[in-house]
Design a protein around this ligand. Structure first.
Ligand code: UT7
Length: 325
């Protein structure tokens, strides 16, 4: 049976130049390098320069992904940007990226699922491609969480960073088997009962401000491992695969303890996990494509490898994808 698959042609990423270390942070809030490393695995994070916007990060990652894919904007039909930190309330950051690429055809929109945003955007792009509505899509995760942090709150400001990552997908015919290249399955979930566990305390319709991030970290942690392992297993099952088939887990990078516990539950050894949390911190929707790009460019992720992507974030939202690179 021939079916349409969304096959990855290339990926790219971008990190702002400025690096903020734990030691530097410990001079402005009551924290220590040791606490942050022990509890989260984070050693540093990148911070966007003044005037450097989410769309700038997204555009830089997009250009790198297009270069690897060997195409330019004329070959794209769709751009989706996953972000919870758009340049403006509207228009979408995706249309700003579209304009930045000089693309005047096709269509572009944002997806908002916070840290699960890339899993959601990848799923949406895959549906368009599999339905035959779109041939080539650019999927980006881009964030400037530094702009929505309360820099006096040590329980949150040490955790997040800025960055962007992108993937180019193109429709190709597959056999329907798990050996096909491309996105083999995506699974999405949300549960709005947990809105108040991880949120920003503002918005256009409530306060008229962007608001600052608030989190009940322990509660989020408790749900994360259970939800991530369950949806990861569902995505593998839907792809007709098992944990033995997984070459690499490319997880959302919030906390090394969550990443380790999830991999253990899914049954994949830690040496098959791409871990970037130490260098990037939690970059929300950007963290999966940033880790993916690192794994591809340093040669760990090879063509034909089966990747399990998984993420969880505010809402709660969570999602996973099985992708054969
Ligand atoms: O991407 C979206 C998903 N987000 C997440 O996945 C985050 C999930 N949560 C976590 O990763 C962890 O819960 C945290 C890293 C946020 C916190 O780790 P924890 O082991 O759950 O620590 P805790 O919140 O229970 O805090 C332990 C202690 C507290 O002090 P007391 O009450 O025991 O005296 C905190 O006040 O650590 C204190 N603490 C800090 N100490 C130094 C909290 N933040 C800091 C800090 N530096 N930055």
């Amino acid at each position: 049976m021939s079916i349409r698959r969304a096959v990855a042609l290339g990926c790219g990423s971008y990190l702002p130049d400025r690096v903020l270390t734990n030691a530097e942070l410990s001079k402005t809030v009551d924290t220590t390098d040791e606490w942050i490393r022990d509890r989260t695995g984070i050693r540093q994070r990148h911070i966007a320069a003044e005037g450097e916007l989410t769309s700038d990060l997204a555009l830089a990652a997009a250009r790198n992904a297009l270069e690897m894919a060997g195409i330019d904007q004329s070959g794209l039909d769709l751009i989706i940007v996953a972000t919870a930190t758009p340049d403006q309330t509207f228009p979408s950051t995706a249309t700003r990226v579209q304009n930045g690429l000089g693309m005047t055809h096709g269509f572009a929109f944002d997806v908002q699922a916070v840290c699960s945003g890339f899993a959601y955007a990848l799923s949406v792009a895959t549906q368009f491609i599999e339905a035959g509505k779109v041939d080539t899509a650019l999927v980006i995760g881009a964030e400037t969480f530094s702009r929505i942090l309360d820099w006096t709150d040590r329980t949150t400001c040490v955790l997040f960073g800025d960055g962007a990552g992108a993937v180019v997908l193109r429709g190709e015919d597959g056999t329907g088997a798990k050996e096909d290249r491309g996105v083999l399955s995506t699974e999405l979930r949300s549960d709005g009962r947990y809105n108040d566990m991880l949120f920003v305390d503002g918005g256009p319709s409530s306060t008229g401000t962007a608001g600052l991030l608030r989190m009940r970290g322990k509660e989020v942690f408790r749900h994360a491992v259970v939800n991530l392992a369950a949806i990861g297993e569902q995505a593998l099952k839907a792809a007709g695969a098992t944990s033995d088939d997984v070459s690499w887990i490319v997880p959302h990078q919030a906390n090394y303890r969550i990443i380790e516990a999830t991999a253990r539950k899914v049954g994949v050894p830690l040496d098959k996990v791409i871990m970037t949390v130490a260098e990037h911190g939690n970059t929300s929707a950007a963290s999966i494509p940033l880790a993916l790009d690192q794994g591809v460019r340093d040669g760990r992720i090879q063509r034909g490898n089966l990747l399990l992507l998984e993420a969880m974030g505010g809402g709660f939202t969570w999602g996973a994808a099985a992708l054969r690179w």
